[in-house]
Write a new protein. Sequence first.
Length: 389
Amino acid sequence: MFAAALLDLGVPLSLFQEAIQGLHLPEKVILKTERSLRSGLAGTRFLVETPDDHAHHHHHHDEHSHNHGRSWAQIQNLLKKSKLDAKVRDSALAMFQRVAEAEAKLHGVPVDTVHFHEVGAIDSIVDLVCAAAGIHHLKLREITASTPVDGTGTIQCAHGKFPLPAPATAEILRGIPIRQLDVPYEITTPTGAAILAHFVKKFGVLESFTADLIGYGLGTRDLSDRPNVLRAFLGHLSSVSPEATETVFEIRTHLDDITGEHLAHAIDRLMAEGALDAAASPLLMKKGRPGHLLTVLAEPADAEKLAAIVLRETTAFGLRIERVERRTLRREEKPVSTPYGPIRVKLGYLGDSLVQIHPSDDDCRKSAISASVSHADVVAAARSAARSA
């Protein structure tokens, strides 16, 4: 359905055909599209046909019934020897790597020995490679998604019947919010989970977003209570709120019995584990004791992990977690030419207006020493070059 939604947005089928031809698969694979309806919504179906499966209708069936597949080593070899664009190849490898690591953990085996069943079948290979090809073709700045959902009940996999979410799906989405609906079938597959986990940087509701195009990718089944459709929006941040707005979690705790070295280690650990920011500020606590306020900003998917690190790595006995809105300037980093050599600068845009210029301090220090000029002269030259670029 993901590939179908990309096609409905305008990605040409020929792009997918070229990508699959570049894999040099031993099987003959024919890709087709058709217009159809699901619960009254018109959209695109993506069809994958092979000689062994005439008119295999994409996407996955109710049960993971494929009884053949490929090993992780075979898929690595297939992708590395392909004629895919390097970015497409690397994205496809990264998605399969996520699935391989999930399977290895679930079965207690080394990653290199993993054999894919459902995800090693032709339809899933086509899914992931076409997803990578389509996303890179669109040259997207950022991809967001609503919270992944799955049904309840059970799913028949290669190793038996399991509760939903399927074990591989749950493992791939570990650390990402997920919710279940009271429907008796699978909604998010391991393949879909790998696409989301690799490409999506933020999960939640649309915020200040203007859609230019909307694509509808249709699934195989016709569901009785809801459209079996994946909807994709292609657009840009609204001019009403040109800065990036996102929902994050703020983790706070008061500390009055921690050393500076201990606190610095905790902050370093939090940043290394994915905190958006971590900082400490002085406090005057009860009985006149000096202390610190530790504040951590976290992506929703990382909040619980980072809260646990705060409790393990500091002297805190408790903390507060609050959902907050964060607004940031649109950022760009690039080198600029100055009389003292190239300097990297970080630019901040409010809409189309350049409002912040921050030259790299490391570059400015090196150039100041090399040219025997002041640090301030190099910073001024870098800012001037950035404004006139």
